[in-house]
Structures are given as structure tokens and as C-alpha cells.
Design a protein around this ligand. Structure first.
Ligand SMILES: [Mn+2]
Length: 464
């Protein structure tokens, strides 16, 4: 079992012991089970990109799509092979899928092209009015498709994701995902799940069966109207292999007039892995940095500075030519990133309004606050100032929080310690008052520094 685990970074032995058409629990909310959808829904092609995927996980994905989609809504399944090296994924795969009752096409990339270009290829050969992208190790559950297509029928500019349930990489047990989290991102531009805020619960009047407006998508699983996908510029073909494309399409959808939702009545399972089994030509880090730079440069306006200041060295990475994407942004008359932060993601980790972004220095000792790469619920540290950003970057926000990435400085006892906790936006222990008067009683050098700081405070009126 341990030897086989290394091949795909999940328990392949367990996967091989489980039927390709196994039964799954119905994990939907009760209110989802008797919802009615229009008979006339757009048909979808399901596009699945794979690279050296295991036979059983790939075919279990295909069988679950076929078995749990109403036949009249499923145009076809398109399997895009991104230059796999395993023999069973060649002719044996083609022979196997030929016997299935739904057209399943296998298309091959001539060379390793990455998720983005392989998906574009799959989209271009598919014919359904809707394109549904799935990962190659998923399982669709009962009723997964109708609520997705119904949202697109209602508004073709709505892009929809199912709830992504967890298939254990260890046991292949199926575990329901939460309808109370949605997609966000941190200063490093990593996709993260965060709790659905109260304002979004209120907008839906507490009905958890209604779709959640999500600031970003995880990327692996979503449905989009074919023409709309073209209109908003598909993917950034200048991005390599994998990484950043999910935030790029998320920002683009929102900023250019679309809507991105998690449809809580649709559940699809996904095998989450702790390590990637894939090789990245050129190295993982460089590729993701390049993709993230393209994303930041095209869509984030001045807020790209949060990414650059917390990721020292990233500005040295070449991101290629982005002119076709900036032209696209102009042509579609997309809104600025500040609009996105204000209207779509007000509880964003990147503050819409802030007084300052940089280091917090004790000018006497030349020591700086430093998050020491520690995690949530640990103390903030102090270290020699290095001027390189990274772990010494903090922002004093208009809500009077002191943040580093998605953590806020928090004090619950009079004499400390100062902890780093998830920002709760409720002030309280995370409220920091800046008092220019008391600070101005310091030494000459400090007076200068703080004087400058005060000017910038007066310059930057807080929101609301
Ligand atoms: Mn995956």
C-alpha cells in the first residue's frame, strides 16, 4: 500500500478495491432534495484534463458523470490527455470508453502543456452549450448537474461551482464538504477557504440552499456557458502548467460583469492530496510566481503591492507579454480591483482602505515586528529589521487592525502576549489605536519618522 501510494500520492490500493460505479451517500441539504428545475436546461460537455492519472480514479470520475447526470443534459465527456506516459492511458483507455453509453472522446496534447492549455484544447473540441470542467479524480453525486445548469440558464454570465466534498486520499471515504465556506485568497495569492460572512448569509435570508456568491473559485470544478467563456477571454494562455489561473478567472468574471457562485445543492467529491505527484517543467515555484505576476499585473492595480511586498524576490521573475490581456480588460470595460474589494470581497485579506503597508520598526533598537513564519494562534516575534518585506510586512488598516497576510495582531490580556489570530473584523482585541501625540514625545529621529507617518495618516482617510 505504501509503495503504491507514491505513484499518485493517494491510496491507489484502496482505490483499486472500490467499484468504478460505487454508490455514494446523498449529502445534500434536505431543502435541496425536492427542488424542481426546468426541463429545458442547456446541455453540457464535461471536460476532464489528466496527466498520468490512475485508471480507477479517472474511470470512476467518468462513470459518476454518466451515472448521475440526466442523459439529455449530457452532451459528451472529453478526456484531455496532457502527455501521460502510462501505457494503460493510451489504447486501452480508448477501447474502454468506446463501450460507454455516452460519447467519450479522448484527445491528446502532443507535449506536456499544463492544465490551462489542455483545458483550452478540450473546450475547443467540445460542442455542448455549457462546458463543465472537472478534475480527473472526482466523483459526482446525485443531483449534481441540474442546479448548476439551472443557474446558467437563468443568467448566462453566472459561472458556477459545486460544493467540493472530500474523498479521503487515505481511505477513499466520501465526506461532505461545508456549505459555510467560500473562496478567498491571501497576500501571497494562495487560494484559501474562509467562512461565508454574515452579510452573504443575510443576503440569502439564511437559506443555505441558495447559491453563495464567492469571491474566488478553487479552480478544478466549474461550469460556464460556452459563449460567455469565449467572451470573457477563456484563460490567460500565457500562463504555464498550473497555478494562479483560478484567481485570474475569478477576478476577471467579477470585474468584467459576471457572477461567480458556489451552488450549495450541487456536490462533487475530489481526492485532496497532501503532495503533488506531478513534475513541473522548470520548477513549481517559478511557474506559480510567473502566473501570479501576470494575474497581479493585469487585474490587481495598485493592490498588487501586497503580493510583491510579502513575496521578496518575486519581482525578479519574468512574466512575459501581458498586452493581449490588458487589451482584453479595456475592451470588456472591466471594473478596477478596488471595486472588487469594495463590492465583492469586503472581508478580503487585502484591506480596501489602509493607512500604511510596510515594516513596524523600533527606531531605538532597529528591531522589527516579524511574524517569524509562524502560524495562527502563535505569538508575533521581533527580529532585526531586514528591509526585505516578507515576514516583516504589516498593514495598519482603516479598521485599525494590524495585519500580516490573513492574520491580525490580537491582545486578550493587559500585559500581552501579542498573538496572531484570524482577523475577525469585530475590532475588540484586534483594535489598535495610533496616538501621534504620545509618539511625538520621543527622540528627534523618531519624531521625524513619526511625523512622516502622521502625514500619511492624514492623507489616507479611512473608509466610511
Ligand atoms: Mn485534483
Amino acid at each position: 500500500m505504501k509503495e503504491m501510494f507514491k505513484i499518485n500520492q493517494f491510496n491507489l490500493m484502496a482505490s483499486e478495491m472500490i467499484a468504478l460505479n460505487r454508490s455514494l451517500p446523498d449529502v445534500r441539504l434536505e431543502g435541496c432534495k425536492n427542488k424542481l428545475y426546468p426541463d429545458e436546461l442547456p446541455r453540457t460537455s464535461v471536460v476532464i484534463v489528466f496527466h498520468n492519472e490512475a485508471w480507477t480514479t479517472l474511470l470512476r470520475t467518468v462513470h459518476s458523470v454518466i451515472d448521475r447526470s440526466p442523459r439529455h443534459l449530457l452532451e459528451e465527456v472529453v478526456l484531455v490527455d496532457d502527455a501521460s506516459e502510462r501505457d494503460f492511458l493510451k489504447r486501452p483507455l480508448e477501447q474502454y470508453v468506446r463501450r460507454l453509453e455516452v460519447p467519450v472522446r479522448v484527445v491528446r496534447m502532443e507535449q506536456r502543456s499544463g492544465l490551462i492549455r489542455a483545458r483550452l484544447k478540450g473546450a475547443s473540441v467540445s460542442t455542448g452549450q455549457v462546458i463543465t470542467f472537472l478534475d480527473a479524480h472526482c466523483e459526482c453525486t446525485v443531483g449534481w448537474l441540474e442546479p448548476l445548469l439551472a443557474r446558467i440558464k437563468l443568467d448566462r454570465k453566472t459561472v458556477v461551482c459545486p460544493i467540493i466534498d472530500v474523498i479521503s486520499d487515505d481511505t477513499f471515504e466520501y465526506m461532505a464538504g461545508s456549505d459555510m465556506t467560500y473562496g478567498g485568497f491571501n497576500w501571497k495569492l494562495n487560494f484559501r477557504w474562509y467562512p461565508v460572512p454574515q452579510r452573504e448569509m443575510d443576503r440569502r435570508k439564511g437559506d443555505r440552499t441558495l447559491p453563495v456568491r464567492t469571491p474566488t473559485m478553487a479552480g478544478g470544478l466549474f461550469s460556464i456557458d460556452r459563449d460567455y467563456f469565449q467572451e470573457i477571454g477563456t484563460y490567460d494562455a500565457g500562463m504555464d502548467i498550473w497555478g494562479g489561473e483560478n484567481l485570474e478567472i475569478s477576478f476577471r468574471i467579477w470585474q468584467c460583469g459576471g457572477t461567480l457562485e458556489i451552488v450549495t445543492c450541487s456536490h462533487v467529491g475530489h481526492v485532496f492530496r497532501k503532495a503533488t505527484p506531478y513534475t513541473f517543467p522548470g520548477g513549481t515555484g517559478q511557474i506559480i510566481n510567473k502566473n501570479n505576476r501576470r494575474l497581479a499585473e493585469v487585474w490587481m492595480d495598485e493592490f498588487k503591492n501586497f503580493f510583491y511586498i510579502i513575496s521578496p524576490g518575486v519581482t525578479k521573475v519574468d512574466y512575459g507579454d501581458i498586452s493581449s490581456r490588458t487589451t482584453l480588460r479595456q475592451k470588456l470595460q472591466c471594473k478596477p480591483f478596488s471595486w472588487y474589494l469594495e463590492n465583492v470581497y469586503p472581508d478580503s485579506q487585502i484591506p480596501r482602505h489602509y493607512y500604511s503597508l510596510g515594516e513596524i520598526r523600533n527606531v531605538e533598537t532597529n528591531q522589527c515586528l516579524d511574524n517569524m513564519a509562524r502560524k495562527e494562534n502563535e505569538k508575533v516575534g521581533i527580529f532585526n529589521c531586514h528591509g526585505m518585506g516578507g515576514n516583516q510586512v504589516f498593514s495598519y488598516t482603516a479598521n485599525k487592525e494590524i495585519r500580516t497576510d490573513d492574520l491580525c495582531l490580537d491582545v486578550s490580556k493587559l500585559n500581552g502576549p501579542v498573538m496572531m489570530l484570524k482577523c475577525h473584523h469585530l475590532k475588540g482585541n484586534q483594535l489598535w489605536e495610533y496616538d501621534p501625540v504620545t509618539h511625538l514625545t520621543c527622540g528627534k529621529h523618531q519624531r521625524q519618522e513619526l511625523g512622516q507617518q502622521r502625514r500619511s495618516l492624514e492623507h489616507y482617510p479611512p473608509a466610511g
